[in-house]
Design a protein around this ligand. Sequence first.
Ligand code: NAD
Length: 502
Amino acid sequence: MSAAPETLGPSARTREYLSGEHLLLINGERVPAASGDKIEVQDPASEDIVTSVAGAGAEDIDRAVAAARAALKGEWSKLTSYERARLMLKFADEIDANIAQIAELEVLENGLPRMISEFTVAKFGAEFMRYFAGWTNKIHGKTIPVSPMDAANGETLTYTRREPIGVVGAITPWNAPLAMAILKLAPVLATGCTIVLKPAELTPLVALYLGELAHKVGFPPGVINVVPGYGHTAGAALAEHPDVDKISFTGSTAVGKKIIEASTGNLKKVTLELGGKSPFVVFPDADLERVIPGAVRGCFFLQGQNCMASTRLFVHEDVFDNVVEGVAGGVGQMPIGPGLDPNSLLGPLISGDQRSRVMEFVDAGKSSDAELVCGGEALPGRGFFMQPTLFSRTNMDMKIAREEIFGPVLCVQSFSDSELQAVADEANATVYGLSGSVWTRDISVAHKMAAMIDSGQVSINCHAAVDPAVPFGGNKQSGWGREFGEEGLDPYLKTKATTVLF
Ligand code: NAD
C-alpha cells in the first residue's frame, strides 16, 4: 500500500463543517445531549479523531420520541399526499446538490472509497427518496363486498384504510451510513409516519447532516429526529420505549434478537435486516469473463463489510482452478488506500476492533485444512487496513465458511455433484438467507437453482442486484420483513377495516 499523498484530505467546506458543533436533532432544533456526553468520530484510514458529536442517552430518546409523537398529530398529518411527495422530492434534490459533501463525510467516518460513496449517495440517497415519493398518493385501501355479522339485513359498505403505523424508531449500522439512513427515512416519510433515527455510534455524521438537509427543505419539526448514541444506551432505550410503535432495525443478528426482546413491553412491531453469508454458485458452463470480476466485486465491495457480500464461492471442479486463479489475480489488482484517494478500491476496515475480529477468523482459517491462496495479513502503519484474503478448499464445517466475518475474506469450495439439490443444500447450510447468485448459461439450471436457494434475493449471472423498486430482506436469521419496493411500505402501515350500515 502506498502512503496517501500529502494533498489528500477533506475539502475546505468539509473541514469547516467538521469544526462546527454536532448536536442532536430533536423537534427541529439542534440540542446538546442532556448528559453533555459526546462521541468522538475517528477516520479509520488515518486513525485521527475528525470531530465529536453529542451522544444521546435515555433522556434524549424520551425527548425525541415525544417530539415524534407530537409531530404525528400536528401539521404533518394534515399535509396531502402530494405535499408530502413534494417535500420528499425537494429533499432528494438537496441530497443530489450535496453529493460531494455527503460523500466526504461518509468517507471520513466509514473509510469506504469516495467513488463508491458518491454512487451510493445518488442511487440509494436521492433516487431511493424519489422512488418512495412516488408512492405517497398510491397508498390506499379497498372496498369489500360483504354482509358482515350484525348487519345481515341491511345494506353495508366495508372499506379499508392504510394508516401510518406511527412513531418509528430506526437503528442503523455503520457499514453504509447514507444508504442505511435513507432506507429508513424514505418509507417513513412516504407513509406519513415520524421517525427517531439512531445511527451507529461509529458513523453519526452523515445521518446528522441528512437531518439538517431535511429540516432545511421544510419538514415540520419532530417529523425527523436524529439521535446518535451507543447501542446499549440510546439504542436500547429506543427499542424498549413504550411510546414507539415500530422499530426498524438493521444490524447484526445477535443485536436483532435483543431488539425483539426489548420490543415485548408494548408489543411494538419490528422489522429486522440482519447478517448474511451469501453463496455464489458457479456451474462449469458459466462465462468466466463475467464470473471472475463478479466474484471479486461481490465479496470485496465495502471491504467485505456488506451484508450481501458473496463470501462463499461454490465452484464446479471442472473450472475450480481457473476461477480461483482468476479471482486471486483480480483481488491482487485492487488498489488499497484511503477512501479520499480517487484510486482506492479497498479502504480500511471500520475500526481496530473490527480488524482484530476479522483477523481472528483469518487465523482460524490458517489453522484449518483450508488453503490460504492470497492475503491473510493486516497492513502495518496507520489506518485499519488489511489484505483481501482468499481461502480455497473450504467446507461448511469450517468456522470461516459458516459464520459471518464482515470483512474481506472469501471462502471457495468445489462441487462435482450434478444433483442440484446437493449443491443447494451446501449453499443453504448456514443460519443466514439474505442474498445469493447462480452463474450458468443453462436457463433451466439457473432458475431451478435460484428457486432452491433459501434467500430473500437471488441473482442470475450477477450478484446483489439491488434497486429501490425491488424487495430486499432476509430469510432465516437474516431478518424479518422486506425493505425497498411496494412491499417496503407494508411495515410502516396498519390496515383499518370500516363497515357502514346504511
Ligand atoms: P450491530 O448490530 O452491532 O449494531 C447495529 C446498530 O444497533 C448500531 O446502531 C448499534 O449502536 C445498535 N445497537 C447495538 N446494541 C444495541 C442494543 N442492545 N439495543 C439497541 N440497539 C443496539 O451491527 P454493526 O456492527 O453496526 O453492523 C454490522 C451488521 O449489520 C452485520 O451483521 C451486517 O450483516 C448487518 N447489516 C445488515 C444489512 C441488511 O440489510 N440485512 C445491512 C447492513 C448491515
